[in-house]
Design a protein around this ligand. Structure first.
Ligand SMILES: [Zn+2]
Ligand SMILES: [Zn+2]
Length: 245
């Protein structure tokens, strides 16, 4: 048994199954309704990159997207990557607490700003998770974006198809969080490919990418470009948390 598995067993043993992962109240669901609603207030976000729009400016997009927009037709985020979601997402991703899939999808489906994304699910052809490289998938044992993607698909009962085999990640790139903005774009360029045997399934289709966290958007942009190069009509994105400015 690997170190990760032992750690996750210990952390699960310390975690009461009927305790809220945020406020620790119990008996409760893993994410109590109070925490879900009180830490997920509605915010005005840039429609192209989901960044919180700050200041009194009535600009419809953030300054970054006015200069050089991401290759996304729309981008939706449930919450900012901040307390308590940053802790919860770290536990979900790095401590193998896959029991958080349900609460996180619940958060996604109830967040005020995500309504339009859920409505868009009806018009979509594909819901695709951001892929991990084979190496990282082997280390972690699961792709957190795929867990979120297929649970969202099941609960929303959308007509779009889901697949973790269309969009592939070729390279195990250096952790994006270690790099400055410009280096992130170079780091992920060419990191994604659509399976050449399946590319026809994306031609002329509307695709939404799903991920847990969006930092600068460089990784999502690289993935979106690969999907567009395969002939997709449009690519949008849906994430749980967006790193604030
Ligand atoms: Zn709570
Ligand atoms: Zn923007």
């Amino acid at each position: 048994m690997g170190l990760m598995s032992i750690r996750s067993l210990v952390s699960r043993a310390l975690q009461l199954p009927s305790q809220c992962a945020v406020c620790r109240s119990w008996p409760s669901q893993r994410l109590c309704r109070h925490c879900r609603d009180s830490f997920a207030a509605a915010k005005a976000r840039c429609p192209r990159c989901a960044l919180v729009l700050t200041g009194a400016s009535a600009a419809p997009q953030c300054p970054q997207c006015l200069r050089s927009p991401l290759p996304l037709t729309a981008c939706f985020a449930a919450v900012d990557y901040a307390y308590p979601w940053s802790e919860l997402l770290a536990r979900y991703k790095f401590e193998q607490d896959t029991g958080l899939s349900g609460p996180l999808v619940d958060l996604l489906m109830h967040a005020p700003g995500v309504g339009p994304a859920l409505a868009a699910l009806e018009r979509l052809d594909w819901l695709l998770p951001m892929p991990l490289s084979q190496q990282r998938l082997a280390e972690r044992g699961y792709n957190q974006a795929w867990e979120l993607c297929r649970l969202l698909h099941r609960r929303s009962q959308c007509r779009a198809a889901v697949s973790a085999r269309l969009l592939l990640r070729l390279r195990h790139t250096e952790a994006q969080s270690q790099l400055p903005h410009a280096a992130r774009q170079i780091n992920v360029r060419g990191a994604f490919i659509v399976d050449p045997l399946a590319a026809g399934q994306l031609r002329g289709r509307q695709v939404m990418l799903v991920d847990d966290v969006m930092t600068t958007g460089a990784t999502l942009a690289a993935a979106a470009n690969a999907v567009l190069e395969a002939g997709a009509l449009s690519v949008s994105a849906l994430v749980i948390a967006r790193t604030p400015p």
